[in-house]
Design a protein around this ligand. Sequence first.
Ligand SMILES: [Zn+2]
Length: 70
Amino acid sequence: MHVRCSHCGIPFTLSKETIHTALTEMEAQQLKHYDARCPQCRKVNRISQTLLLRAAPDWGKEEEPSQTKP
Ligand SMILES: [Zn+2]
């Protein structure tokens, strides 16, 4: 998903893997937002759980057979 830094304005990308990890941590810690660090200015951008869920609708499905090879 694409994020625009609210501090310096540059766009950056959160990978699906990052989003999934974030959602898992948020659930474990009962947080409602994720702190995404800007790669340029290193400041934190708060991203709501709702946006992350929208960007990664397949999160929460236990089986992810994409990387399993016979
Ligand atoms: Zn920034």
